[in-house]
Design a protein around this ligand. Structure first.
Ligand SMILES: [Ca+2]
Length: 113
């Protein structure tokens, strides 16, 4: 399981992109701590920094949300990346939470068919 930067590269090697999904499709199964998305704080700053979907070439504003209650909280002032939670994480469903980009999570890649 890679941290977020390598998750993006992993998807790129597969000719895919790190997901912009709002939930984890059940058919993927639920990795323990969740999955990486391409969501991040635009300037990698806490506070009012807007969330964007980061691609290799652009920042796309996040136009919908699916945050876990109490998230994003920028705990320890170093949670700049958006990940998809799973039912085994915090005992909740598949929603969003901000975490440190150095966490090791499975990438969830998506591609156009
Ligand atoms: Ca958090």
């Amino acid at each position: 399981m890679p941290h977020r930067v390598f998750a993006m590269l992993y998807c790129h090697v597969l000719a895919a992109k790190l997901t912009r999904a709002c939930a984890v499709p059940a058919f993927l199964g639920y990795a323990y701590s969740g999955y990486w998305t391409c969501g991040q704080r635009q300037s990698l700053l806490c506070g009012a920094d807007p969330w964007v979907w980061k691609t290799r070439t652009m920042n796309i504003p996040v136009s919908y949300t699916n945050w876990v209650t109490g998230q994003p909280n920028c705990q320890n002032q170093n949670e700049m990346c958006l990940h998809l939670t799973t039912p085994t994480y915090l005992g909740i469903g598949t929603q969003w939470a901000d975490i440190n980009c150095a966490w090791l999570l499975c990438p969830m890649c998506e591609m156009s068919l």
